[in-house]
Design a protein around this ligand. Structure first.
Ligand SMILES: *Cc1c(COP(=O)(O)O)cnc(C)c1O
Length: 391
């Protein structure tokens, strides 16, 4: 049995009639650019994240870049973001000509260490981008408090957190702008690239609509230098279908994650990304940490179980960001996690049998490790899997 890291085919099969009909609808109309499904999706998603407006764009990176641009971030400015994130968060800052300034992450939540924010602020700092990593919200009240003290703009990178709640409120609408990605493997994924900016300010929303569409106010009436970063009608049509299932899909991810937590507790030297009390985690990723990460990954691969590493090189050590001048050792938590983190398969369609197989292979691996170090075996009795969790 092979267990892939993501399984988009299983998801398509479950929704095939509806998705095929949605795609056929677009083909029938041939309204490929900014057709009705785009606005329909924007309105539905705005409601989903409790934002007044939503502007569909061509990717998560473009969402971040346009949000920064529209909020006035410009060359010479500094923008603070975590070292432990996907490179797109920093690239968006670089692309508006500003400088990414990195901070370490919290060892428990793996998310932006808020107590390190203040030290990173200079007279040039203009914005903070908290990243809701793996599907768990950053501590937004704490971030917003620091931002208010220093008059900084806050933009949420919610590319991994569609539907995650912070103190019961949807992330993506908690700050000046919330940026989402619909890359196929995300919790809400298109059949190609896509992204969206959730925003409460009506004027900024209008400006973002212009910016993504050549800066035009009306056809061939260009009031500013825009770009081509529209969300495709075809992608919007697919997303309209999938959005209706997102809450249930997130709930299934969450209950699978609880099974991992219960069944892997106390096994070997495993640690987990902790669930913080202020966030409802939507488990884009289920991340464990262990000092035998590479050996565990090879063991699982040999057993037909694919895993991922998010991310093996923290931003400050990426060759592309060498010019920022960070040296190894400055962000010890991010560096430690880069060596220890492993993401296990986690998607709604994962079956009970697959979960059992993954759990037992991980236990088996650590038993072998223990045997080799001649320490007593841990108790690895059967772990009950609640039937409803796998439904
Ligand atoms: C996926 C992702 C992005 C970028 O999204 P794309 O649609 O791939 O451009 C940005 N930030 C984070 C944290 C992501 O995971």
């Amino acid at each position: 049995m092979t267990i892939p890291f993501v399984n988009l085919r299983a998801q398509y099969r479950a929704l095939q009639p509806e998705i095929d009909a949605a795609i056929q609808g677009v083909l029938g109309e041939c309204n490929f650019i900014l057709g009705a499904p785009v606005r329909e999706f924007e309105d539905a998603f705005a409601q989903f994240v409790n934002a007044r407006h939503a502007v569909g764009v061509s990717s998560g990176l473009e969402a971040l870049r346009l949000a920064l641009f529209a909020l006035g971030i410009k060359p010479g400015d500094e923008v603070i973001l975590p070292a432990n994130t996907f490179i797109a968060t920093a690239l968006a800052v670089s692309q508006v000509g500003a400088q990414p300034v990195l901070v370490d992450c919290d060892p428990r939540s793996y998310i932006l260490a808020v107590d390190e924010l203040e030290r990173a602020i200079t007279s040039r700092t203009k914005a903070i981008i908290p990243v809701h990593l793996a599907g768990q919200c950053a501590d937004m009240d704490a971030v917003l408090a620091v931002a208010a003290r220093h008059h900084l703009v806050v933009i949420e990178d919610a590319a991994q957190a569609h539907g995650a709640l912070y103190q019961g409120r949807p992330c993506g609408s908690l700050a000046a702008a919330g940026c989402f990605s619909f890359y196929p493997g995300k919790n809400l994924g298109a059949y190609g690239d896509g992204g969206l900016i959730a925003i409460n300010d009506a004027e900024l929303a209008e400006r973002l609509r212009r910016l993504r569409h050549y800066g035009q106010r009306a056809k061939y009436d260009h009031v500013e230098l825009g770009t081509n970063a529209r969300l495709d009608t075809l992608q919007a049509a697919v997303l309209n279908v999938k959005l209706r299932y997102l809450r249930n899909a997130n709930a299934a991810r969450w209950s699978h994650a609880q099974i991992y937590r219960q069944c892997l507790a106390g096994v070997g030297d495993l640690g987990f990304q902790q669930e913080m009390p202020y966030s409802t985690h939507v488990y884009h990723l289920f991340i464990i940490e262990t000092s035998s990460r590479d050996a565990l990954q090879s063991h699982l691969h040999a057993a037909g179980i694919e895993t991922g590493i998010h991310y093996p090189i923290p931003l400050h050590l990426q060759p592309a960001y060498r010019h920022l001048g960070y040296i190894e050792g400055v962000f010890p938590q991010s560096e430690r996690l880069a060596k220890m983190m492993l993401s296990l398969p986690l998607y709604p369609e994962l079956t009970e049998a697959q979960l059992e197989e993954i759990v037992s292979e991980i236990r088996f691996f650590f038993q072998k490790v223990k045997l080799r170090t001649t320490v007593a075996l841990p108790n690895t009795g059967p772990c009950p899997i609640p039937a409803e969790a796998a439904a």
